[in-house]
Design a protein around this ligand. Sequence first.
Ligand code: ATP
Length: 923
Amino acid sequence: MAARSSSPAAVAAPAWHALSPDAVAQRLAVDPRVGLSVEEAQARLRLHGPNRLPELPGRSAWAMFLAQFASLLVAVLAVAAVLAWVTGEFADAVAIAAILLLNAVLGFVQERGAAQALASLQRLSAPTARVRRALAVEVVPAAELVVGDVVELSAGDAVPADLRLLSASALRAVEAALTGEPEPVSKTASADLPGGADLAERVTLLYQGTSVAAGEAVGIVVATGAGTELGRIATLVEREPEQATPLQVRLESFGRWLIVGAAAAVALVFLLGLLRGHPLDAMLRTSVSLAVAAVPEGLPAVVTVALALGVARMARRGALVRRLAAVETLGSTSVICTDKTGTLTVGTMRVCALVTLEDGEVDEVEVEGAGVEKPRAFHRGADLEPVAPHAAHEALLHAAAGASTARLAPPGAAVQVLGDPMEGALLAAALAVGVDSEGLDAREPVLALVPFDAERKRMAVVRVLGAAARSHVKGAPEALFARAARVLVDGVERPVTPEDLARLEAANLRQAALGRRLLAVARADAPRGTFAGDGGTRDPEQALTLLGLVAFVDPPRPAAAAAIAACRRAGITVVMITGDQPATALAVARDLGLAEAQAQVAHGRDVESWDDAVLAERAPALRVYARTSPEQKLRIVRAWQAGGATVAMTGDGVNDAPALKGADIGVAMGLSGTDVAKDASAMVLLDDEFATLVAAVAEGRRICDNVRKCLLYLLSGNAGEVLVMAVGVLAGLPLPLLPLQLLWINLVTDGLPALALAADPADADVLARPPRRSDQPLADRAFLGVLSASALLTAGVTLGVYTVALAGGEDVAVARSLAFSTLVVEELMRAFVFRSRTRIVWEVGLFSNARLLFVVLLSFGLQLLVQHVEPIARLLGAVPLSWPQTVLVGLLGAVPATILELTKLLRRRLARRGAGGAEVTQD
Ligand code: ATP
């Protein structure tokens, strides 16, 4: 696709940045206040097509197929095939080549399936846009935007198309994707620009592919899809390659070691064989067999399958994995740093108390009601004395509503909040005192807006008030107390005294100790033309008149406490990081069982005063960070990482992006999260639930367990085969197994059960043991112990059968067939042993992995065919066995699995005795 094949409209596009907003609206035939009509939008969509970038060609199927051959394991098999051909073993050579092909096809099918599954998951998180259509604000898929649409944006939004700004307040955009400039740049709706201004100088335009770093904006779509600036260069932009996950990298290096080891073993046996006087061509043939025995053919497919299955399961549970590597990292997560609002709590705010000043007193009134509906009643004190709302409440809630930008959706059956849920609750409460937000903007037009940001923790809206202007301000209590010059007492403004502030602060702490969130509300009056943004210079957030406090409840999520308890059992530390004040945060943390004492809470101010070393030293004792700025999140992540922890961090705001990137796993909120946060994250929680995150951690552990099981199963199988072959040859016996028989074992009786093990359900104790450290080697001591025990047992029994048969005067072909079948039975039985490290097959449940049971039975059936149908036996260089021999093979084949299971029981008994002994000594 050529870079210039954009639509004709784009070729003739005027210099939008140089036109006034009115001129743009006129040319695009839209009234900015109303937006396009739904029919018009549909008509334009049909005419110009969806707002999508031209598709980049994906990795072609051929490239993916050929990539299957680009591995060392394959190289070894290829050499083996050539050797087989050279030594005249044409059947072996052809078989090995066929296996290579089959393996590549299998790998290709698996990988393609996984890639498609991931792609369809990504479509689930497709971006949306807030657009004005026929006077209403709708959220539509970004792909449905058309030229002329009026789009509303706020901090954290991805810009969904190229836009000419109609209005902007404190707007800053990150345009790194287009210009390479990492710092946010200021944007404005009104600037005189020459038609020939550079891309980077067009401050009146927002571009698709960039994002809003701060502020709010309304813009009109001037280009979509291929017509956007990004669309024009899209074909030049490199697609980010999918990185190999740490496990895949580790397996890769593991594979290299395996090859080196196997090559050394083959060389050794080859030399010793020659020294013992075996003929050269026989030794070459033996080397082929050994090489085939050593290569775990199923290995690469197994990891891909385990990861892909895990990703699909997580998605079903509401956790969208955006980077494959996250799946494994989740398994070793040892610390979860989580937001409070909306993640641990429900996130639906309700106004539950009002605090105003009376002469010498504070008046605390409880508000009864539900969610965003108008409150039902006000009452006071323990005996619930009913209260009629008075003038102070009216002033308080009027200013609170005036300082909000959220809207309640047109009064219908169910009230809905567009914007911040806390503001929605304020607007609903304001209804109870006769302040209707519906016509507020018309009655008191907005003159200037200082948007909320988490750093300042406050915001102001300047509105017309008769002939003058009034700044309505709301924010964190301490942020407003520090800016108060006056207070409203009994309906009269007077200068604020330290006693006033002390009384309000006491009320604030009382309310916060109940786990409530608090906002202070204030106002400031001035003649028109005084405030910044209204033609003057006065800061709308200075010299305020305090009106009182509003308290909100946001109950803990029902599943959060249980999930936190589960984390504790699983050895995972949960840390709450919130913008809320310490008293509120601690009360909620206590409710959830996350923290007990004041000493576990740190204030953002303290964190600021500590250097990184002090923070790293204190972090392990802290469970709650309050009044934290998003910038501190990254430092907290680093502090834990310095101690070797694997950290998952949740976030939703645009400022959270650095911490989300810096954490081992960044987790964005699907509902409340901004596009920027999602983009920076490895995982998205579709339901914003903390419990979902914990479920994903459990799933991550399961996947790591399963990869480990598969690895153990495959490698111990190969080690056993190598032992059988090497010892046999060194003992001067004829080849115990033929190359074709080894391939059969590796693929049919090893590969299939290994794939089934990759889908094994979680062990019951998956969340009852401490996390594995991510730097712990795959093959630790326990792993190597079980691997060698298993390899020695299988090789011992197989060689035993072989030598006894030979000593009993059996033909080599018969002895070999007996050894072959014994080994197959051993392998199949072992598959059940590796499902758990501690529990035996009955405890795990024979039927809990139906797929495994099925493939094992299937493989048994196939092996019976090999043993009893002459032509099939001959294909594999074997001879048919008698039924008594079959029974004998079955019994002997069960020996290694039985011994391994008995060892588990023995170890358990010893451990119990050890633990009992420890208790006694403790007493
Ligand atoms: P959490 O980190 O638990 O999710 P949060 O993200 O809601 O909390 P912030 O959004 O950083 O925390 O808010 C910090 C403080 O700023 C709040 O405790 C509140 O006092 C104040 N605040 C929040 N939203 C607004 C708003 N829309 N207008 C005015 N003040 C606000």
